[in-house]
Every structure is written in C-alpha cells, then in structure tokens.
Design a binder for this molecule. Structure first.
Ligand code: HXC
Length: 508
C-alpha cells in the first residue's frame, strides 16, 4: 500500500507542477480557480489525463492534465463546474484528451444541474493532433449548444484565445474579457497579415476594448484577473443554477414600499432633451445595485441584473442619452439576447420605456434592421417569465410595440403621466397627415402649432392608451418601485402554456 500511495503522490505532484504559468509571473490557473470558488471547495477531476499523440514530437511532450484543470466546487454555497486552461502547456492548445476533460465536466454539469465556468487561455486546436483536435472542439460546441438554456455557461477570456477557443465562448451565455491579457480572434495578427496584408496589433484586433465596445462579442470588461473573478462571483449571485430552478432570493435589504421624491424631478422639462435612465434604475432597484451587461456596446439600450425586494430581475431600459434611446441593429441584438437568457433561467423582466422609434437611415436598413429589430419582437413574445413594463416618456410606433407592450405578452404595463404613446411624435405626425393643408395654408406655422396641440391632447399622453386598455394603469412615478414589487410578488408562480413545437425559428 505504501508503495501505491507513494506512486499516487508522485503523480499528483507531477500534475500539480505541470506547466509554468505560476513561475512566469502569470497567474497559475489552479490559483485562479481557487480564487473563483468558495475557499476549500474545489475538487479536481481527470488530473492524470494525458494525450496519446505521437506525431510531430508530441510523444516527448507529455504533461499530466494536458493543459487544462477541470473540476467542481461552490460559489456562494452553490455547485459550479469549472475548467481553466494553462497557456504554458503547448499554448493551452486543445487536443483530444484536453477536450475530453472539458466535455466530462460539461456532462456532469448537465446531470447535476449546475453552471459551467470556463477560464480560457488557448491557441485553439492543437495543430499536431489534427482532426482529433478539431473533433474535440466539435464535441465541445455540441455540448455548449445542448447545454444552452439548461444550465448557465460563463466564459472568461484570460489570455490569448484563437480559433475554437473563441467559438466555444461565443456559444456560452456570458463572456468576460480581461483587459490587456485577454485577447480573442479567429486568427492572430500573423495570419491576418499573411492573408490580407493588413498589419494590426493583437490588442487592436481582439482586445477587451474591441469586443466590449465595437463587436459586442464580450459582455463584461474586466480591468484585470482579480476584477474578472469578482465580477463572475457577483453575476453568479443573480442567476439560477439551471432552467428548472429560480435565482436565489436574498433577504431584502431595502424597503419594498420605498417611494422616492427624486423620481418626479428626473425628467427634463422638454421631451426633446435626454436624461440618464440609470438615475431611474438606481432609485427603483434594491440599494441602487445594478449589474450592467454589455455596458459599453449598443449604449442606446441598457440591460442588466438587479434585485427588487430580494428577487433577481432583468432590467431592459432605453437610454435617452444615447441617440435618444432609439433601437438599432446592435441594440436590438443586445436586448434580445439578454431577454432570452432571463427567460431561459426564470428571471422576471422589467422594461423601462422612453423611445422615439427604430433608427431610420440607409446604414441601418442595409445592416438589416428589419431582421435585427425582429429579434426583439421575437424575444419578448417568446418569453414566459413575468413581464412588467413601465412607460416613462416616449413610446412611439413599432418601438412602443417592441418594448414589451401588452401586445407582446406583458403581464402589466404601467405608464407615468408623462408618457406619450402614439404612432409618431407630434411634429412628424402633423407633417404627414396635414401635408396638403400646410402647403396651401396662408400661415402654415400657426396651423402647424394648432394641429400639433390637437395631436398632443389626443395622443401625446397615456390616457388614450389607458381608455383602450393598451396599458393597465397610469401611476404617480413615486409609486413605481412598490408597484413593480407587488406585481413581481403576484406573478411569482406565473405559468404560461405555449403550443408544442420543436423550437421556434428566431431571426438571426
Ligand atoms: C499547438 C500551439 C498552438 C496550437 C500555440 N502553440 N498555439 N501549439 N497548437 N494551436 C504553442 C506554440 O507552439 C508555443 O510552443 C506556445 O504554444 C506559445 O505560443 P507562441 O506562438 O510562442 O505565443 P504567442 O506569441 O503569445 O502567440 C500566441 C498565438 C499563436 C497568437 C495563440 O501561438 C498562434 O497564432 N497560434 C495558432 C493559433 C491558431 O491558428 N490555432 C488553430 C486555430 S484552428 P513552444 O513549445 O514554442 O512554447 C481551430 C479550429 C477549431 O482552433 C474549430 C473552429 C470551428
């Protein structure tokens, strides 16, 4: 026995000493995992795995664990499966054994109903292993897809990720990207130069700023690895472990009946002026705590998690400070994806509306605003979680419908007295419906003013919609928090039957 134990300890030491990351100043992936999970909870599996490739000298490069650490632990006392790649082992590249380890914990996560977190640092498919490496990625993509909507999947881009190492993240629910060290591209600058002649740095091609601001591929910008770990743990607190459970409700720390006078002072006197919707969100949610998703991408819409009376909610809100809060291709994509995550994992949706419409213009039309904008209609209509909408100010045209109107299945639509619900804003509407009269009028300005006023009285208020029951109530803004919380409580056990189908065909 002693001999057997000795052998075990020797191999364990070998596996634990594999790779050089700790020594080269970079964080040791095991230490990263330990920082991520609750202290002392991590249990490693498949530590002794190694590749079986003998080509291109790999028979002399055996490293126990094969460049990825896999296992399970707890975050905030809840189960989680984790893997972390080690760039110091053949560039964190993925071969058959490496892939099998990741697939193993994904399969376990599906059975246990627990989220999967991947900490990535990989040059992609291990070139020497050829189709075994490609197949390994295929096996992971397959599981990413099959697990989608079953358990949450979170990825952190910690180092240089290329090829398959970026497509697997793209199939997960949320991507965190670490500034400077975290890079994502399908091919690095070398290949880009070879194929296109373009010279570009790694950071300009796929750094955290690029993916959180321009492409929208990453959801969270992390200042450094420690920040990234904190953010993942924070996100974890908001979300359910699987599609059959609810997010944990924490003991409320904020008065559910709190009414805040600042709400009646936030809107500027002119409806043409913007204001920061964050000021309203902060007042409405528990303790002003809001965790924004894709904060620097498609900023005319805001999506994120908060709590109301201790329950997680997903907030979707137009941001009047950015392009007056219009919906464009990117903001429609951003919101649709967020709504689908919330719906898949039982998070009620609270929508705050102040929107003049969809973005007009050749650029957006050519980018496919019809297809992209339709995603938002689809996502809200498909969602069966509690849906509560508050119309703050403008709700015009298709955008009124798209922002979780009653017609898309909202359970409760409330409006502030400042709400304006109509097909078009007063100026635009009068220019169209009185075009001929205005062209022939002796005093067109006077006529226009008069017609705008008539239109305002009829439509630029919430009452026409309230008379017709397109909205459920007009409320004092100060009542907004208590009214949302009472609706969340009312709808706690909401069930909505939908027709059987294999799956829908969302516009993509
Ligand atoms: C095998 C790899 C590797 C890979 C890196 N290494 N990538 N080994 N397969 N894919 C090894 C290097 O040989 C080197 O080993 C060590 O990792 C560090 O790599 P460097 O190049 O020295 O590091 P750096 O200069 O920082 O550049 C990192 C990099 C670059 C940008 C990731 O290595 C690179 O471009 N790698 C190839 C990326 C790629 O094209 N992957 C395949 C994609 S195809 P030594 O022994 O010298 O330390 C793919 C298909 C999946 O993934 C399916 C998609 C649908």
């Amino acid at each position: 026995m002693n001999e057997a134990l000795g052998k075990l300890q020797e191999l364990q030491q070998q596996a634990l000493g594999a790779g050089q990351q700790g020594k080269s100043g970079k964080r040791d992936p095991r230490k990263t995992i330990e920082a991520l999970v609750d202290p002392g909870t991590f249990v490693e599996v498949n530590m002794f795995a190694r590749h079986r490739c003998t080509d291109f000298g790999l028979d002399k490069k055996h490293v126990l664990g094969d460049g990825v650490i896999t296992g399970y632990g707890e975050i905030h006392g809840r189960k989680v499966f984790v893997y972390a790649q080690d760039f110091s082992v053949m560039g964190g590249s993925l071969g058959a054994a490496h892939a099998k380890k990741i697939c193993n914990i994904m399969d376990l996560a599906a059975k246990a109903g627990a989220p999967v977190i991947g900490l990535l640092d990989s040059g992609g498919a291990r070139i020497q292993e050829g189709t075994d490496a490609l197949g390994g990625y295929g096996d992971i993509f397959f599981r990413n897809t099959r697990l989608s909507g079953v358990v949450p999947q979170i990825t952190a881009i910690m180092g240089i990720c290329a090829g398959g190492a970026v497509y697997s993240p793209a199939l997960t629910d949320f991507i965190f990207q670490v500034n400077n060290s975290g890079l994502m591209f399908i091919t690095g600058p070398g290949v880009v130069k070879e194929v296109t002649g373009q010279e570009i740095s790694k950071e300009e091609l796929g750094g955290a700023h690029v993916h959180t601001e321009i492409t929208g591929n990453a959801d969270f910008f992390s200042e450094n690895e420690e920040h990234c770990i904190q953010q993942i743990r924070f996100l974890f607190g908001f979300i359910a472990s699987n599609n059959k459970s609810k997010p944990p409700r924490i003991k409320p720390t904020d008065d559910p009946n709190r009414m805040d006078d600042s709400l009646i002072k936030i809107l500027p006197p002119s409806t043409r002026r913007g204001f920061d919707i964050n000021r309203i969100i902060e007042v409405l949610v528990d303790d002003g705590q809001f965790f924004e998703v894709k904060a620097n991408f498609a900023r005319s819409i805001i999506c994120g998690f908060a709590r109301m009376d201790g329950r997680t909610v997903g907030i979707v809100a137009n941001q009047p400070l950015v392009y007056a809060g219009v919906l464009d291709c990117d903001s429609s994509d951003k919101a649709a994806r967020f709504i689908r995550f919330c719906d898949a994992f039982n998070i009620p949706l609270v929508t705050l509306v102040d929107i003049p419409g969809y973005m007009p213009g050749v650029e957006e039309e050519y980018k496919g605003i019809i297809r992209h904008g339709a995603k938002l209609l689809y996502a809200y209509s498909e969602a069966t979680v509690p849906k509560i909408t508050v119309i703050i100010r403008k709700a015009y045209g298709g955008a009124y419908i798209a922002m979780c109107s009653k017609h898309l299945g909202a359970d409760l639509v409330l409006a502030w007295p400042t709400a304006e619900i109509a097909v078009l804003g007063p100026d635009g509407a009068v220019n169209i419906i009185y075009k001929k009269e205005l062209e022939t009028a002796q005093e067109p300005d006077v006529l226009k003013k008069q017609k705008v006023q008539e239109y305002r009285e009829k439509f630029a208020n919430p009452y026409d919609a309230a008379f017709k029951q397109h909205i459920d109530d007009v409320i004092d803004p100060r009542e907004t928090r208590p009214r949302i919380i009472s609706a969340l409580s009312l709808l706690e056990e909401k069930e909505e039957a939908t027709a059987w189908k294999k799956h829908g065909n969302m516009p993509v």
